[in-house]
Structure formats: structure tokens, C-alpha cells
Ligand binder design. Sequence first.
Ligand SMILES: Cc1cc2nc3c(=O)[nH]c(=O)nc-3n(C[C@H](O)[C@H](O)[C@H](O)COP(=O)(O)OP(=O)(O)OC[C@H]3O[C@@H](n4cnc5c(N)ncnc54)[C@H](O)[C@@H]3O)c2cc1C
Length: 480
Amino acid sequence: MHQLGLAERLLQLPHVKVSRYTVQMASRRFVVADFDRLRWLTRYPYFTRLRQPRFLEFIVAEAARSPYFCLHRGARAEELIGDHGRIRGVRYRASDGWHEVRASLTVGADGRFSRIRKLAGAGFEPIDVESPADFLWFRLPRRPEDPPEAGSVFRVGVGGRSLSVFHGDGVWQVALSIPHGGYRDIRAAGLPVLRQTIAELMPEFVDRLASLQDWGAFSVLAVQPSRLARWYRPGLLLIGDAVHVASPLGGMGINLAIQDAVVAANLLAAPLRTGRLRTRDLAAVQRQRVLPVRITQILQRTLQRLGQRNESSRSGAPLLARLPLLRDLPAWMIALGPWPVHLRVGAASRVDSAQLAGFAGLDARKYACLTTFRRSGVPVPTTVWFAPDPGQRRLYLMSLRTAGKLKRLAHNPHVEIAPATALGRRLGPGVPGTAHFLPATDALLAARAFDTRYGWQKKPFDLMVKLLGAERVYYAISPD
Ligand SMILES: Cc1cc2nc3c(=O)[nH]c(=O)nc-3n(C[C@H](O)[C@H](O)[C@H](O)COP(=O)(O)OP(=O)(O)OC[C@H]3O[C@@H](n4cnc5c(N)ncnc54)[C@H](O)[C@@H]3O)c2cc1C
């Protein structure tokens, strides 16, 4: 989110920050994941819990700023469009009937019951990677005096029963692990027995278990972690739960899915842009992601087994919490996966000639020489960074509010822009253009385009602007 320039705005949504996860075993409680220890690595050293619908609406609103984004709500992909063994898009059903979307690449990101995976044909059958876990979900009333950290405790009881509590909207959401297929036995034993099990695992909540009056208060969820041997076929790529179902344990599934998408963007943006996507590009996505996914699934399985062991044999877990290197492993894995994945600045920001139609010579450059004109007509060259606005075929530029060129542009918007070195030496002929200042919404897009294009190179400049308390202005240049 930070790399996309969205973290700060995302954190304006109602959310809960969790700095550490603890494990409660009868008599002992120990920290299993301390995100605060990752402070050296990230400026957001905590786990954020927020309502999924709010998060998704936020992402949709941000994506809608792009002229290339399109969302069809209520659309169910039902068929793949095939052509000589290659997938060319999908047919989907919506409230107004059947539609088709044709594309050079179809990405199946439709979750653990993926329809696209089923349609992909032979060789795309999920391989189970561990014993399935069933969970009983229910809600308990939350009171103002409840400690917030109650929502970050993983409780393990006798017989391997475990229970996790999460912050919900005004309630506690609770997941009780039960043996796979064991719900029938639990029902046969009766509600008082179930309430007693829950009370043993979370004694401090015992006074509100009366709210669990009938079986309607519980929903059963079965999760069968799995993986696919192959993630792609010509024209089709599967990512996220569609290709590797993650257990809810440790809350790692969303990160895995997002990291798949980031790697796919890094590797596929350029071939898609140039119309030269090959099946081996899709294979490269699988190659980069298969190991981190396997490691994560193995860690989840280990955690599940640790939780299922008897009380007497649990001495290994607190040891994990004491050993310096191992101590940070769970926090690292939950926050980053086995290793961090970054949106590659190059892939997201490479400027190709098509985007820069009208600005010949700038496509291979990071610097430009911008010439503005005094009232007297005297030209004034300055070296600038620029970022393309692909939808509009114009260049974004930025400047400090006090810069002389902004004053010159205010009375004469005509400019000339030429490729240049960092020291301002012109490397080609100038292109005439007209500058216009951007409204606030466009300025946000421009800021993001700069962040993506210049990344770490821009950080010292950002710091200087902050220290000076200066104001930044974004403007755009269109070719005449
Ligand atoms: C109970 C539970 C709790 C979990 N808790 C956490 C947690 O706290 N943290 C965490 O990181 N992970 C958690 N996970 C795992 C996490 O939810 C998944 O790993 C993650 O959501 C996978 O993302 P995805 O985009 O691949 O699929 P999903 O998030 O499942 O998204 C798939 C999307 O595709 C849509 N879709 C499905 N079929 C079609 C179709 N035919 N046509 C069009 N659209 C379709 C669906 O409506 C959905 O919007 C949990 C999982 C479960 C089951």
C-alpha cells in the first residue's frame, strides 16, 4: 500500500492496529509475533485489521482513478473463451444477461472455489497440502472496558482445541478450531458442552457466553489448504487462493494473494504493453512465487500442529519465543512472507514511446530540460523530472510553489521540453507544449506517478520539502 502511495489514506479508514500476537496456553502466555520488532524494516510495524468491504471499496475507488480500470459488479465468470488452445477471455453472466471480455491475458483471481481453475481443464486439480481444518465462527458482545489486546490472542487448550479472537465491528469475532468433519459430534454432545469448552479457552469472557443461545449463533467453515502443480496455460494465469488455498491461521492469505499480483505485474506489464506476452512469462510468475507459497503453507501447517499437540509436549513453543532469530520469524512471515516483494519501479514506470507520443526523445530519459519564458520573451532553461500521464498523453511536472518557473508559467504557459542529462545538458531537440496547473484530484495522480517513477531517488527531495515546510505544485504539459 505504501508503494502505491495509498497507506496513509488507507489508515484513515476505521481500523485496529495489532502490534503483537500472543499465545495463551493454560498457565502461560507468550508473544509469538512482535511486529514492533520490524520497526527497522517498515514504517508500519503492526498488523491492521479493518472491515473487508471497506478495504475493497477503498481499493476500487483508488483504481477507478485510472482511465484503464473497469469494474463490472455482479458479474460471474462462467466460461473461458478458447481459441486453438489459447485462452482469449471470459464469458460472464450479469443481471442483464451474458457478456464477453476478450483479453490477451485472463487472470483467475476468484478465490478458493475458483471457477476459472475448474474451467482451465486437466492438470489444474488442487493438491491437498495438509489436513483440512474446520472452524466454528461466532460473535460475542464487546464492552468498552475490554482490553484491545484480547483481539490478538491465540488460545490453545487441552486436547489441541484452539481459539482465536478478532476485533469485529462492536463485537468480538471468535474462531474455534474443531476436528475436520466433527461438527456433527459437537452438536450431538450439546450446546452446554460446547459453551464449557469455550469457557475453558477464554475464561475472562465467560459472563457473555449466555449470548450463544442456539446453534444459529454458529457457522461452520471448512478450509482445505491446497496448491496447484501448474499456475498457467497459454493466455491464462491463476493467482491467490485460486492457485494455493491458505489456512486462515496467522492471517497470511491476503499477503500471499497480493504478492502474487505484484510479481505478475512486475513480470507481465512490459510484455503486455508491447503485445509480446509469451507463455514462458507466465511460467516465470509461478517460478518466483512457488517457493514462498510453499514455505508459508509449511509454516501454517507447523503452527496448526503445534496448536494440536498435548499440553505436556508444548515446551518447544515458548523456546521459539526466546531464541533471538526464531523469535522474529513469525512476525516477519506474517508481515512479509518468506521475503519481501516490491512493486518494481521500472515495470510500473517505464515510459514507452507510445505513452509519450508527441514528446519524442524523452522515452528513454529520466531528466528533461524545460524552457519557460520571461515576459520579455527571454528563455529560461531548468532541469526537471517528469512522469507521463498515459491516459491523457501529457507529462506531469512538479515544482515548489516559490519557484521562478511557476511565476513565468502563470503569465506565459508556452514551454519547450527536451531530453537532458541530470546536469541539464540537452540531448535532443525541444518539443513545444502548453502547461496547465492541475486540480487537487489530478495532483494526487501526478504525485503517485512521480513516486512510482522515481522511488527512492526522490526520497531526499521529499525530506527536504518536509523540513522546509514548502508547498509542492503539480502541473502538466501537453504537446502543441
Ligand atoms: C474464515 C477465513 C478467515 C481468513 N482470515 C484471514 C485474515 O485474517 N488475514 C489473511 O491474510 N487471510 C485470511 N484468510 C485467507 C484469505 O481470505 C485468502 O487467502 C485471500 O482472501 C485470498 O485472496 P484472493 O484474492 O485470492 O481470493 P478472494 O479474497 O477469495 O477473492 C476472490 C474474489 O473472486 C470473486 N469470484 C469468485 N468466483 C467468481 C466468478 N465466477 N466470477 C467473478 N468473480 C468471482 C469473489 O466474489 C471474490 O470477490 C481467511 C480465510 C478464511 C476462509
